[in-house]
Design a protein around this ligand. Structure first.
Ligand code: UD1
Ligand code: CA
Length: 450
């Protein structure tokens, strides 16, 4: 049976009090609607239809062609929203899975079991319900004495008796398409001036058809984000889920409550993550690393057995056995080869540091390549910018840079060249040359010395 998801994302999300459409508000670095798309995709082989309206262009710009779009020009309610997908889907799908885009915690397993339940159900639809103490503004499920579902009553329209009902409408439904397209036409305007999708329950009941419910064992999964308070709560639960997954796969997380790992990150086993650590974007971490405390790694590749303490690493590559920090900053294009050591207060940008290179204290290295086993003395700076352009610095193997060396780029230092403390290097230094002074002048050439 062909199953297509219709995801509702046209609402403004007034309760967010935001210029950004609600479904684009990020949880752990990605828009909440994206979580819903990811949850739906294993269940339906078809490209989902996203119903957009409020700031539709902004939503489209974010999701591009990951979905098909139906436009709801005026936000006249959830029933009206689903109707906007009719032109795209009528006679093209047997089952329609309707999900609200503000539910980032939904799991594919739950959606799958809902769809499977409807496949064997003689009635027109199956919906997901949850029993919890805090009603969170959800619609209440009304049942008759036989326990059959009779209606969903929205909180705003509920009687005190109905308000006390603990079984709630999650906002996820699987419909027989043929029945649904007809029934949507029969929804009447609510007192609030909306066409409620939830009225389909009463419509089915009036036709003597039965509505089936599937309840979930993990109520947190059904959090609908209506306010920024809910958003923070959803983000915390998503985070806990991700942290748990990594811990079960062999990663030590010393304090999951202060560890922020985005969904796109990958971590090899036997790595330890210390408190206050944020792993973001397209990041891969190798095995046996120790990250943190207080480290941010964003869009970077980190090899095995690396240590990064209290540092920020962005768009960088670290090969194996690299150690950084405390207080290092790797910026875009930093590539640290095996065994590089970078101590406190270093910054590296668009540079390759060769294997075994040491940079202990207070240095800036930009637009530079170094050979292997280079010693970068405390306070070394590559002066790569002349006010107009960036220039390159090339440093050979086993070069020794004295403390406070200024390398005025463009400049090259041959293998085993050395600079004295405070040298200002404005001209290329041939191999094995030792230079001192400001600007540095040659004083001698190494002979038969290592
Ligand atoms: C809805 C349900 C409620 C359920 C709750 C679960 C209805 C009438 N109510 O209430 O029973 O318990 O979800 O979270 O369905 N949307 C549109 N177009 C519209 C209106 C809404 O696309 O005209 C979209 C919104 O962008 C949102 C979703 O539908 O993603 C749900 O709308 P929302 O206003 O959040 O509904 P709730 O009041 O939470
Ligand atoms: Ca909602």
């Amino acid at each position: 049976m062909k199953t297509t998801a219709v995801i509702l994302a046209a609402g403004q999300g007034i309760r967010m009090r935001s210029g950004l459409p609600k479904v684009l508000h990020p949880a752990l670095g990605r828009p909440m609607v994206q979580y819903v798309l990811d949850a739906v995709s294993p269940v339906s082989g078809e490209k989902s239809v996203l119903v957009v309206g409020h700031k539709a262009d902004q939503v489209k710009q974010t999701l591009q062609d990951r979905v098909r779009y139906a436009i709801q020009a005026e936000q006249l309610g959830t029933g009206h929203a689903v109707q906007q997908a009719e032109d795209l889907l009528k006679n093209k799908s047997d089952l329609i899975l309707v999900v609200y885009a503000d539910m980032p915690l939904l799991r594919p397993e739950t959606l799958g079991s809902l769809v499977e339940a409807q496949k064997t159900h003689p009635g027109p639809f199956t919906m997901l319900t949850v029993e919890v103490d805090d009603p969170r503004g959800f619609g209440r499920i009304v049942r008759n004495e036989e326990g059959e579902v009779q209606a969903i009553v929205e909180e705003a329209d509920a009687s005190p008796e109905q308000l006390a009902v603990k079984e709630l409408n999650a906002g996820v439904y699987c419909f027989s398409a043929e029945w649904m397209w007809d029934a949507l036409d029969q929804i009447e305007l609510s007192p609030k001036g909306e066409y409620y999708l939830t009225d389909l329950v009463e419509i089915a009941v009036s036709q003597n058809l039965s509505v089936q419910t599937v309840s979930t064992h993990e109520p947190s999964e059904l959090i609908g984000v209506n306010t920024r308070v809910h958003l923070a709560e959803a983000a915390r639960l998503l985070r806990a889920r991700i942290n748990q997954k990594w811990m079960l796969s062999g990663v030590t997380i010393a304090d999951p409550l202060t560890t922020y790992i985005e969904p796109s990150v990958k971590i090899a086993p036997e790595t330890t993550i210390l408190p206050g650590t944020h792993l973001q974007g397209d990041t891969q971490i190798g095995a046996q690393c120790v990250l943190g405390p207080n480290t941010i790694v964003r869009d970077s590749q980190v090899g095995d057995s690396c240590q990064i303490e209290a540092s920020v690493v962005e768009n960088a590559i670290l090969e194996d056995h690299v150690d950084i920090g405390p207080f290092g900053h790797l910026r875009k294009g930093a590539h640290l080869a095996e065994g590089v050591h970078m101590g406190n207060f270093g910054e590296v940008k668009a540079s390759y540091l060769g294997p075994g290179t040491k940079m202990g204290h207070f240095s800036y290295i930009g637009d530079t390549t170094t050979g292997k086993n280079v010693n970068i003395g405390a306070g070394t700076i590559t002066c790569n910018y002349d006010g107009r352009q960036k220039h390159k610095t090339q440093i050979g193997d086993e070069v020794f840079l004295g403390s406070d060396t200024m390398l005025v780029a463009p400049v090259k230092l041959g293998d085993k060249a050395r600079t004295g403390a405070g040298a200002v290097v404005t001209k290329d230094v041939p191999e094995k040359n030792v230079v001192v002074g400001a600007p540095a002048r040659s004083i001698r050439v190494l002979e038969n010395e290592e």
